[in-house]
Design a protein around this ligand. Structure first.
Ligand code: NAD
Length: 355
């Protein structure tokens, strides 16, 4: 266990067990170098305990990089509750989990993720203040998807500036795979900007809704990545960019909100070799965490919207670093995040922050 934890430098991994409620959860605090470790709680019926551990470790490390690149004073953490949310989720279990979160004294701050909802966060709030994504009536910021879509739009503008020397998107053709919460809001923005948009979704009703509401074209999910377009936007699940799909891409750039778009190591190089500009997923999909982080200071929509604009600059900085150092944009994003963690994290040696 320690070999695994030391390899990627995790600070703390907490196993939580509460017999009376049946709670089995793992909290991973990857890094608090930049601030408290924020990341959602995933409630999922993992096939094995090893799968659950690997998931929470991988996801918490991802949060460290995402928060660092987004310019936030936050570290990276994540929690998983082992079980089927439809069968095992009870008020008592969530509140038991919340007490473990509380016991971490703010080193870890939780939020919604797969299998947990805003109502769950409201319950957790009754036991601890170290939770975000609660209802607006409790000082929360509501559904983060709209903020994620807005941040993605700023990322796309950085792509346009880099490729075409202009942030104006009028007439550009964007192929969006997945028109769920984020994808739908993103398409709305694109249509307002007079883009041509093609969409696909495994749920036909979702694609039809986008077609009906915005007049966009619809293609099958197996075809969307191969549509001839300016930008392909993966907004469904992870793994959209693989050694199978990359040779079929007919776009100048990839810029979407889905997490973990690169299916395997080396896919970033394959994209670069194909001459496709890749906007790293965790750089352009940070709108949700930027929005939610504002809850920690007392939520202000205006401040959150200003924060979202940072994604434009962060994306340009990643592209510039990739160019200057002759590396892929995915590698540049990692280096950019690591450089900030190192430089700003070092300040903790002077004194701990008083926030
Ligand atoms: P969602 O579940 O609301 O939407 C996903 C959509 O993709 C659904 O309509 C689904 O039917 C569709 N889909 C699933 N598999 C597909 C496939 N193979 N091809 C085409 N469509 C498919 O989820 P969301 O909240 O919109 O999030 C979308 C992605 O963005 C996820 O990867 C998520 O992790 C990531 N993300 C979301 C947020 C947020 O604020 N919601 C923040 C950061 C990252």
């Amino acid at each position: 266990m320690f070999d695994r934890i030391e390899a990627d430098d995790y600070e703390q991994v907490v196993f939580c067990h509460h017999r009376a409620t049946g709670l089995r959860a793992i909290v991973a605090v990857h890094s608090t170098a930049l601030g408290p470790a924020l990341g959602g709680t995933r409630f999922y019926p993992y096939a094995t305990e090893d799968d659950a551990l690997e998931d929470v470790l991988r996801l918490s490390q991802g949060m460290t990089y995402k928060a660092a690149l987004a310019g936030l004073d936050l570290g990276g953490g994540k929690a998983v509750i082992l079980g089927d949310p439809n069968r095992d989720k009870t008020e008592a279990l969530l509140r038991a989990f919340a007490r473990y979160v509380d016991a971490l004294g703010g080193r870890y701050i939780t939020a919604e993720d797969v299998g947990t909802t805003q109502a769950d966060m409201d319950l957790i709030r009754r036991e601890t203040r170290w939770v975000t994504g609660v209802s607006q009536s409790l000082g929360g910021s509501g559904d983060p998807s709209v903020a994620t879509a807005q941040g993605l739009y700023y990322g796309l503008k950085a792509v346009a500036m880099t490729l075409w020397g202009d942030t104006n998107l009028e007439g550009r053709h964007i192929a969006v795979s997945g028109v769920g919460k984020v994808g739908y809001a993103f398409v709305r923005q694109l249509v307002e900007d007079r883009c041509r948009v093609t969409v696909a979704d495994v749920v036909p009703a979702a694609a039809e809704r986008a077609m009906h509401d915005f007049g966009v074209e619809v293609v099958g999910v197996e075809k969307i990545h191969a549509v001839e377009c300016d930008v392909f936007a993966p907004c469904a699940l992870g793994g959209a960019l693989s050694f199978q799909t990359i040779p079929e891409l007919r776009c100048a750039a990839v810029c979407g909100c889905a997490n973990n778009q690169l299916a395997e190591p080396g896919c970033d190089e394959a994209l670069a070799d194909a001459g496709i500009l890749y906007a790293p997923d965790y750089c352009v999909n940070a709108g949700g965490i930027i929005n939610i982080s504002e809850e920690l200071r007392g939520y202000s929509r205006e401040r959150a919207e200003n924060g979202l604009r940072h994604i434009y600059d962060a994306t340009l900085a990643v592209f510039a670093r990739a160019e200057a150092e002759g590396i892929t944009t995915a590698a540049a994003a990692d280096r950019q995040a690591e450089a900030r963690i190192d430089a700003v994290g070092r300040l903790n040696l002077i004194r701990p922050p008083s926030r």
